[in-house]
Ligand binder design. Structure first.
Ligand code: CA
Length: 234
C-alpha cells in the first residue's frame, strides 16, 4: 500500500496502544505513540502527524485540552476514542473540533475505516470546499451533484431541496459522523429552537424515501444523541 500517512496514537492503556500500532503498521501507516497528554503534545510537535487518534481519558490531562490546543493553530484531523458510556463527551469533543470518534471496544475493520474516511474527508475539504461536481456511489445509491439527483437502483428518488441538501452534505462527509449542529449549520446556515426537530422530520422522510424501515439502517446511520453518518462508498 502506498499510504505513508503518519498517525499519532495517544492512549494510556498499553494493550490498546500496541493493538492500534500493530494494525496501523501492518496497513502501511507510519505510527508514533504517546501514553499521556504531555508526551502526546511533544510527539505532535516533533512529528507533525497527518492524523491523531486520541483517547479522552488520559492520566495527566483531559484529552479535550489536547483538542483545544491543536485547534488553536492546526486543522490536523483528530479521531477521539471514547467509551460507550461517554455520549456527552463525544458531542463535546466533536464541537471542540474533533473530526470523528470511535467507541471502545472497536475492531480492526472499524479502526481502519474511520482512519481512511477521515484522511479522505480532510483531503476533500482542502481541495474543494462546498464544490458541486462529480458523483457519489454507495452500493445501490448514486448521487449526481451536478444534476442534484439521487437514484437508488437506477430509479430517481424525489427529494425536496432541503432533503437533497442534507443527503448531499452527509455524502460529502461519508464514513464520518456529523453532529446535529454541524448538519443544521451546513443546511440552514444557522440554528433556531426548532432546528433539531426540523432536521429529524426531514431525516425521517429521507430514510423513508431511500427505502429504510424505522430502525433499519440503510445508507444513513443514526448515531443516537450525536448525529448522522452516511455509509462509506463501496
Ligand atoms: Ca484512558
Amino acid at each position: 500500500m502506498s499510504n505513508k500517512h503518519k498517525i499519532l496514537v495517544v492512549e494510556d492503556e498499553r494493550k490498546i496502544r500496541s493493538f492500534m500500532k500493530a494494525i496501523l503498521d501492518t496497513n502501511g501507516y507510519q505510527v508514533v505513540t504517546a501514553g499521556d497528554c504531555v508526551q502526546g503534545e511533544f510527539m505532535y510537535c516533533s512529528h507533525r502527524p497527518d492524523l491523531v487518534l486520541l483517547d479522552l481519558g488520559l492520566p495527566d490531562m483531559d484529552g479535550m485540552c489536547f483538542i483545544q490546543k491543536i485547534r488553536l493553530t492546526d486543522a490536523t484531523p483528530i479521531i477521539v476514542l471514547s467509551a460507550r458510556t461517554e455520549e456527552g463527551d463525544k458531542v463535546e469533543a466533536l464541537d471542540a473540533g474533533a473530526n470523528d470518534y470511535i467507541t471502545k471496544p472497536f475492531g480492526t475493520a472499524e479502526l481502519l475505516a474511520r482512519v481512511r474516511a477521515t484522511l479522505r474527508n480532510h483531503r476533500y475539504e482542502k481541495l474543494e470546499e462546498g464544490d458541486s461536481y462529480g458523483k457519489y456511489v454507495c452500493r445501490d445509491m448514486e448521487i449526481d451533484y451536478e444534476k442534484r439527483k439521487v437514484e437508488v437502483c437506477g430509479e430517481e428518488i424525489k427529494l425536496t431541496q432541503t432533503e437533497y441538501n442534507i443527503v448531499a452534505l452527509l455524502s460529502r462527509h461519508s464514513g464520518r459522523v456529523m453532529t446535529y449542529a454541524a448538519i443544521i449549520r451546513g443546511v440552514w446556515g444557522s440554528a433556531d429552537a426548532g432546528s433539531v426537530k426540523k432536521l429529524q422530520v426531514n431525516m425521517a422522510n429521507i430514510r423513508k424515501k431511500l427505502g429504510s424501515r424505522p430502525g433499519e439502517s440503510k445508507y444513513i446511520i443514526n448515531e443516537l444523541g450525536v448525529g448522522y453518518r452516511m455509509e462509506d462508498e463501496g
